[in-house]
Design a protein around this ligand. Structure first.
Ligand code: SIN
Length: 347
């Protein structure tokens, strides 16, 4: 009997260290190599899937923009809407991968897998981690078990949910962690094992998906009715610290922020002057979300701070960078703090 054809997979590339090349001395340049070069370096990929590549961007992920997010969402959606395509893999720098992954998990409408993959060592480095990470990512994106799990991140033999994953280490291979929720699964040399379902709304169940109207995915990319505003409303993250004053909060509001995410101390807390500045911002209609700079735990309402009285929103489990993504999308719908709070309990 002839062998069944391999699944068709769309591989979208954005750059990052996975496409990085070392330079003279100790340095390297992210996004130096094309996606064709990365695929050619791993001939074993041809045993997993028929791979169609597209270079969507070529940047270090510190330079990721909303414009690239939108293009990625559109290209991923177009691929996922094609019945012949099994799944999508996106190569991405690790620095802001969690933000792109969470954004896509809110704006892409599909039950098929979308897997982001990166590397901590440049492609030209000794013992580069990119080739195995890419192999594993494609294996995950082509397994039926990955369906309905939303957007995933694969690195270092681990599978993470977009909502839970965060980068925790500057240089080490095991940089990604999924905190209190734990891993989605493991992947051993192309053999995925899933352990848990995602816990919150995403992708096919997201009210923000699809981002880009079906009729215009390919070219001009008008925003769909699901997200009525583009560019997204400005949301700034303010990092709290001992001895903090009002200045940064007032500067963000003066710069036009419609939302503030506070990376608060401890349980999303702030000293008195900064708290007063946030209260004044909320009174003016700026959405104020309290998250935590601790890297773990839940920020609940009305514990040390009277959120009901001040009109604040508690970030629940989202770290500041993901709270910013959800707040930007939420502000396209409502400025009501109670309605925004509901989003933070749902996504
Ligand atoms: C980047 O995020 O583009 C650079 C760092 C990395 O990919 O690990």
């Amino acid at each position: 009997m002839p062998a069944a054809p391999l699944p068709r997979l769309r591989l979208l590339a954005t750059g990052g260290t996975i496409a990085g090349a070392q330079t003279a001395g100790r340095g390297y340049r992210a996004a130096a190599l094309s996606i064709e070069a990365l695929v050619a370096a791993v001939p074993q990929l041809a045993t997993l899937a028929q791979i169609e590549v597209e270079q969507v961007a070529k940047l270090g992920s510190q330079d990721m923009t909303e414009a690239v997010w939108r293009k990625l969402a559109a290209r991923a959606q177009a691929a996922l809407d094609d019945p012949a395509i099994t799944g999508v893999v996106i190569t991405h720098g690790t620095d802001t991968m969690e933000e792109t992954a969470y954004f896509l998990s809110l704006v892409v409408r599909s039950e098929k897998p979308v897997v982001l993959v990166g590397a901590m060592r440049p492609a030209t480095a000794m013992s580069a981690d990119g080739p195995m990470n890419l192999f594993n990512a494609i294996a995950v994106a082509t397994t039926p078990a990955a369906h309905r799990r939303g957007v995933l991140v694969v690195a270092n033999d681990e599978i993470h949910f977009a909502r839970e994953v965060t980068k925790t280490n500057t240089t080490q291979l095991g940089t990604f962690h999924s905190g209190q929720r734990g891993l989605a699964g493991l992947v051993n040399a192309g053999r995925p094992h899933f352990y848990a379902p995602p816990v919150r709304r995403h992708t096919a169940a997201s009210e923000f998906a699809p981002l880009v109207a079906a009729s215009a995915r390919a070219r001009t990319l008008p925003v769909a009715a699901s997200v009525s505003e583009w560019p997204l409303p400005r949301v700034d993250i303010i990092f709290a610290h001992a001895g903090m004053d009002r200045a940064l909060i007032e500067a963000a509001v003066a710069a036009g922020a419609r939302g503030l995410v506070i990376a608060g101390v401890g349980d999303g807390n702030l000293g008195a002057p900064a708290l007063a500045a946030c209260a004044a911002a909320a009174k003016k209609g700026v959405a104020v979300v309290r998250s935590s700079r601790t890297g773990g735990g839940v920020v609940e309402r009305n514990i040390e701070i009277d959120d009901d009285r001040l009109g604040f929103i508690a970030a629940d489990e989202l770290n500041p960078q993901k709270a910013r993504v959800l707040l930007m999308l939420g502000l396209t719908r409502t400025t009501d703090p109670r309605a925004l709070q509901e989003l933070f309990l749902a996504y």
